[in-house]
Design a binder for this molecule. Structure first.
Ligand SMILES: Nc1ncnc2c1ncn2[C@@H]1O[C@H](COP(=O)(O)OP(=O)(O)O[C@H]2O[C@H](CO)[C@@H](O)[C@H](O)[C@H]2O)[C@@H](O)[C@H]1O
Length: 491
């Protein structure tokens, strides 16, 4: 099958969070299974060019219709760790992708509407006719809309679209201008409730909703989150739309790329280890302590890795640091915040805790350090308010780092409580789960984990090994996606 992924991220060349990991990991697995996969991405000025091999001109003069005129673009092609990627570079005064950042500009919806349009125009003009186009999150929400309203009449009537939602909170709410810009005339049509109109603001359009309406299939990244979004509040206002389109909506659990995230061969960690021999893990813990100037000692080391965002339960992350210290444990945090107040808060904490030899806060994005933390920590805390899937607990499990998670979204599908999970046998359990979002719920799960580490090291190690035994690779999820692709192809 020939699959084209259109996305705003692909790890490691463009990675703001988990979306990038998924786009890369899924593409790789699909290719390993004999499919042809190509990726279309924006050519940002700030992406990691050192991860692209053989970048060259692929399509020199792509003219993309935009408002009443056209924007001249160049399309480059290169390999990102074996994946064929096309990068679109517009030449216009808007400088859409030369902003020194991936997201966070006032005109984000316009930037990515342009990208969606340009990606389809590129497919059209370069005569690429994939069986399936797989696009992701609000940034590419217009792809199925434009395909079915415009491009199918220009020779792309056989293409089918699978759309994956990684985060319902960001939906691409925007105004009428998007329609004029992308050539979707008849604004009264698109402003109807069953088309693109936002479910709550009658004067706004919702790009994610548009994708749900137009795509041939819609997924989110875990079965439990699919249920929460449809029936609970985590659809952030799109629950009714999902309900109307429930026959083409389901949750497919993400995987992780088990070659990139593999403690046996990890290129970023000084010591390698396997489930049969955890000595390398202990050495990584020592290396991590040395690197972050933490003191030696017989103490468990807890970690948090992730975006510092309301979604991640920052109030609980903050509390976890102090509770770990109070319980005689050490704590390492690696995170970055886009919201100014959260960023300032954690910088302040960092300064406050600067001289404490049991804690280190690293504010920023650091891929290499994240590997050492997964490899060296004993436990990883994921106290999210909501979590569509969550990759850090799955990576943690692979590295024998026991997850302590809040029971929401994909965390429910991947972490099974050591003491209380009744659906899994004791030898199948792999972490600690709490449900409420208050301090005492977090503390009780942390206490159970820390107590086990101190009082029953053998049992703690068994739990680590049970976690390492789980297969959260792309093996099964890729199969699910291929089934979806096959199904929509023949409709
Ligand atoms: N400061 C930092 N330095 C280095 N690496 C860092 C980092 N902060 C985060 N990372 C890395 O980025 C990834 C984050 O994964 P998450 O599952 O937390 O994704 P995120 O919430 O961004 O994305 C959304 O999409 C993903 C994918 O579908 C869903 O799993 C998730 O629930 C949903 O919110 C991990 O690989 C992690 O190691």
């Amino acid at each position: 099958m020939y699959i084209v992924q259109i996305a705003s991220e692909c790890a490691p060349v463009i990675k703001a969070g988990g979306l990038g990991d998924v786009v890369y990991g899924l593409s790789r697995e699909l290719e390993n299974r004999g499919n042809t996969v190509e990726l279309i991405l924006p050519k940002y000025d700030c992406m990691r060019y050192d991860h692209i091999w053989g970048l060259h001109d692929a399509y020199r003069d792509l003219w993309v219709p935009w408002y009443d005129g056209e924007v001249h673009c160049s399309v480059y092609c290169g390999w990102v760790h074996g994946r064929v990627c096309f990068f679109i570079e517009p030449h216009s005064q808007d400088n859409f992708f030369n902003r020194g950042c991936y997201y966070g500009c006032d005109d984000d919806t316009l930037r990515f509407a342009f990208f969606s349009k340009a990606a389809l125009e590129f497919l059209l003009k370069s005569n690429k006719r994939p069986d399936v186009i797989h696009c992701h999150d609000w940034q590419t929400g217009l792809v199925p809309v434009l395909l079915y309203e415009i491009y199918q009449y220009h020779g792309m009537s056989n293409q089918r679209v699978c759309y994956t939602i990684h985060n319902f909170k960001h939906q691409g709410i925007t105004g009428k201008e998007i329609l004029t810009a992308t050539g979707l005339h008849r604004s009264e049509y698109y402003f109807q409730y069953h088309v693109l109109r936002d479910n709550f603001n009658p004067f706004a359009l919702n790009l994610m909703k548009g994708a749900i309406v137009y795509a041939n299939y819609v997924t989110t990244v875990s079965p439990h989150h699919a249920w929460e979004a449809h029936h609970g509040t985590f659809g952030y206002g799109l629950g009714h739309t999902l309900h109307l389109h429930q026959s083409k909506f389901k949750g497919v659990l993400n995987g992780i790329d088990c070659d990139f995230w593999n403690p046996e061969v990890d290129r970023y960690t000084p010591h390698h280890f396997t489930a049969k021999d955890l000595e390398g893990k202990a050495k990584n813990k020592q290396a991590l302590r040395e690197r972050l100037l933490l003191r030696e000692g017989d103490k468990p080391l807890l970690a948090f890795i992730g975006r510092l965002d309301d979604q991640k339960g920052v109030h609980l992350v903050h509390h976890a640091i102090y509770h770990a210290l109070q319980r005689g444990a050490q704590f390492v945090l690696l995170g970055s915040a886009t919201e100014r107040s959260i960023n300032e808060h954690f910088w302040h904490e960092k300064q406050f805790l600067n001289d404490n030899p049991d804690v280190h806060l690293e504010i920023g994005f650091n891929e290499e350090l994240s590997h050492l933390i997964y490899a060296g920590a004993d436990m990883i805390v994921v106290p999210s308010n909501f979590e569509p899937c969550g990759l850090t607990q799955m990576i943690g499990l692979k590295y024998g780092t026991v997850p302590i998670v809040r029971g929401v979204g994909g965390l429910v599908n991947t972490v099974f409580d050591y003491d209380y999970d009744t659906d899994h046998l004791p030898e199948q359990r792999n972490g600690f789960v709490f449900y409420q979002s208050d301090y005492s719920a977090l503390e009780s799960a942390m206490n159970r984990a820390i107590d086990l580490w101190y009082n029953a090291p053998d049992a703690f190690q068994r739990l680590q090994l049970q976690g390492m035994d789980y297969d959260y690779s792309w093996h099964y999820p890729a199969k699910d996606y291929l089934e979806i692709y096959e199904m929509i192809r023949h409709k």
